[in-house]
Design a protein around this ligand. Structure first.
Ligand SMILES: *Cc1c(COP(=O)(O)O)cnc(C)c1O
Length: 403
């Protein structure tokens, strides 16, 4: 077999479908967020980033940077191993205590990313309970789906946010079988929010565990940034609350929170925790500071919501349609992969605005979109520049406008 040729043909297939991914070569500028330098063959150019998941700009917060510098100088670059072998640092211990408190849980466990925390925890919990059946929302993130697949347990996919469908699927199952319901708080592509209380009610009726991914909500919602479950006073009803340190907290890493026993179980049986080196202490210190700051300060959350509302209002005035949802994610629908990529290229090349196109398999075919994420640091002028650019492009390519 000609392997190179095979790989090339597969890549050509992606290009034909208009979903070959090209990464913009960006250099984030601390202190200037959401500005970044775009490196191109013809030189360097300043752009405004409108699709960052550093939702609050905490990745450049002076307190976070100072904490990371200090820990770097005190502890050095790496953790020195897995948590089992020399890798547990005092910052990891402090960070886990902070996360447990954030979600009102007894304990927390760190992973190297949110992806790994979902993959590892779901696969470990489900595979270690004989006969376990997983109930999975149909729009769950790839990291959850991969973890469930790896568990090799029976999985029933329920319709998105559909409590009646979940209940009916649970009713079909053996009453005594262990069951685990996996879902998200804020869905990252449509920006809609799960009926968490109702799902917990159904879980109680059927004796099921609940696993909630709060990746797109921690730091952003709730009086202390504990996510949607915090805002709605539901933290204690969930078996596991999972999150990331890489989005609103602006650093890197993932975690779960739950009872002492659940966290200890995952800590003791999960390959993806046991056999992977720990996060660098400086990273843990940065995340710790970011979480502490956002627990005490609602200013960033309020300004964030204000920027989201302002952008939506101006898009409406310009007739640029966007999905209505109750979160901070503003999906502007294009519904064609090639056009979506073209618009994104035009925004970058002509207007110095960076919004990555979102195509299959991240979203279903025919629902391609620009996923816009305003931050507290986007100014009125930034918003006007974005809306004007989109409006001009919409006129040029003949995309439909709202009345
Ligand atoms: C980004 C994301 C993750 C993974 O988190 P990372 O820390 O980026 O690995 C998990 N779940 C959802 C819903 C996500 O969007």
């Amino acid at each position: 077999m000609n392997y190179e040729d095979y790989f090339r043909r597969q890549l050509d297939g992606l290009r034909r479908e208009g979903r070959y991914r090209v990464f913009a070569d960006l250099e984030r500028k601390a202190g200037a967020f959401p500005r970044a330098a775009h490196h191109t063959p013809s030189g360097e150019r300043e752009v405004t980033v409108w699709c960052s998941n550093d939702y609050l700009g905490m990745g450049q917060h002076p307190k976070v940077l100072a904490a990371m510098h200090e820990a770097l100088d005190r502890c050095g670059a790496g953790a020195g191993g897995t948590r089992n072998i020399a890798g547990t640092n005092h910052y990891h211990v402090l960070l886990e205590a902070e996360l447990a408190d954030l979600h009102g849980k007894q304990a927390a466990l760190l992973f190297n990313s949110g992806y790994v925390s979902n993959w590892t925890t779901l696969s470990t919990l489900a595979s270690r309970m004989p006969g376990c059946v997983i109930l999975s929302d149909e729009l769950n993130h790839a990291s959850m789906i991969e973890g469930m697949k790896h568990s090799r347990c029976a999985t029933r996919v329920f319709r998105h946010n559909d409590v009646a469908d979940l209940r009916s699927k649970l009713s079909d199952l053996d009453r005594d079988a262990p069951k685990l319901i996996a879902f998200e708080a804020v869905y990252s592509m449509d920006g809609d929010i799960a009926p968490i209380a109702d799902i917990c009610d159904v879980a109680d009726e059927h004796g099921a565990l609940t696993y909630l991914d709060e990746v797109h909500a921690t730091g952003l919602y709730g009086p202390r940034g504990g996510g949607i479950s915090d805002r709605e006073g539901l933290s204690d009803r969930l078996t596991v609350i999972e999150g990331t340190l890489a989005k609103a907290f602006g650093v890197i890493g993932g975690y779960i929170t739950g009872s002492h026993t659940v966290c200890d179980f995952v800590r003791s049986f999960a390959s993806g925790f046991i056999f992977s080196s720990a996060l660098p202490p400086a990273v843990a210190a940065g995340a710790l500071t970011s979480i502490r700051h956002l627990k005490a300060s609602s200013h960033e959350r309020e300004r964030h919501q204000d920027r989201v509302a302002t952008l939506r209002r101006k898009l409406d005035q310009a007739g640029v349609q966007h999905l209505d949802n109750p979160s901070h994610i503003v999906p502007v629908m294009v519904r064609d992969p090639v056009l979506c990529k073209e618009i994104s290229d035009t925004l970058l090349d002509r207007y110095g605005i960076y919004v990555q196109p979102i195509n299959y398999p991240t979203v279903a075919r025919g629902t391609e979109r620009l996923r816009i994420t305003p931050s507290p640091l986007h100014s009125d002028a930034d918003i006007d520049a974005l809306v004007t650019a989109l409006s001009e492009i919409w006129a040029e390519v003949g995309l439909a406008r709202a009345a």
